[in-house]
Design a protein around this ligand. Structure first.
Ligand code: PDD
Length: 283
């Protein structure tokens, strides 16, 4: 079981392959990223992740000339160097190496960094029992300030929200936007089930277009679960029949308490369980 790093195509151990301290990604969080995981050793939904990576880069305002085929070849090299059964994979593209200033014109080209480590899957008991979430005091970055639609490595908003949730003993932080509407989890998207209907906030609430979120909506459409993107309040979440979060690493994870309030029966609900097994079947 191992670790691997790739920087601009050089692959090796994290000790051998390192970044320059003047990389804008390190200095300003001026980079976009994707977190993937493998199933059967292969990265899941790689094309969707690469499409979103390019959308984030466009929002950050720089260009990546490297082709998807070249990025895929580097990912393969990194995964084989690490040679894990299942891996966590992060692909980070920064604006590039600068001189610790805002003289962006001095940056020759983007840096493409990858990091692979053994996957640490969530305990299956968590899916059977469900976990707890809290609504944190920190609000999600407004779209006009640092658009959550871009998966940028400037993650202080998310990191501070998660610290607040952990301090309260919760598994996930749920953030409201500055209008007081539910936006998303610190590292996930949020869904509820109410009266048999699947509901999730629309992208206009200021959130990442999660790939797992997209897949769950596709599965709901294919399996006849009625769903709607709707603005949700904290109260809608607390009075829901079921609540779950989604992410590449968490898949669909039931939340059975929110701010200490029991959700539905206090156990993972039937719609969540059916969607999770359909998701796993798709994998
Ligand atoms: N995070 N919203 C935020 C803020 C996230 O950080 C993530 C995922 C998601 C879900 O996106 P997806 O379904 O595409 O994984 C939503 C990843 C796992 C991370 O930051 O490592």
């Amino acid at each position: 079981m191992g670790f691997a790093v790739s920087i601009d195509g050089r692959v090796g151990s994290p000790e051998e392959v390192t970044l320059k301290v003047t990389d804008n990604g390190f200095v300003f969080g001026d980079s976009a990223y994707e977190t993937l995981r493998t199933y059967g050793g292969r990265p899941f939904e790689l094309d969707r992740h690469l499409r979103r990576l390019r959308r984030s880069i466009a929002l950050l305002g720089f260009e990546l000339q490297t082709s998807d085929d070249e990025i895929k070849a580097r990912i393969d090299a990194c995964l084989s160097f690490a040679s894990n059964d299942e891996s966590y994979l992060r692909v980070i593209v920064s604006r590039g190496v600068g001189d610790m200033s805002y003289r962006f014109e001095r940056i020759p080209e983007p840096t493409i960094a990858m990091y692979v480590k053994p996957l640490e899957p969530n305990n299956e008991a968590l899916y059977e029992k469900g976990a707890s979430a809290v609504i944190v005091s920190i609000r999600r970055n407004p779209v006009e300030a640092l658009n959550p639609a871009m998966k940028a490595s400037n993650l202080l908003n998310n990191a501070l929200a998660t610290r607040e949730a952990y301090a309260k003993g919760a598994f996930e932080a749920i953030l409201l936007n500055t209008r007081g509407e539910v936006a998303e989890g610190a590292g996930s998207n949020v869904f509820i089930v109410k009266g048999g209907r699947l509901l999730t906030p629309p992208l206009s609430c200021g959130l990442l277009a999660g790939i797992t979120r997209e897949l769950v909506l596709e599965i709901a459409a294919a399996t006849g679960v009625p769903f709607e993107e709707r603005v949700l309040s904290a109260d809608d979440l607390k009075t829901a029949d079921e609540l779950f979060i989604t992410s590449t690493l968490k898949e669909l994870l039931p939340m059975v308490t929110l701010d200490g309030v029991q959700i539905g029966s206090g156990a993972p609900g039937p719609v969540t369980k059916a969607l999770l097994s359909a998701y796993r079947a798709r994998i």
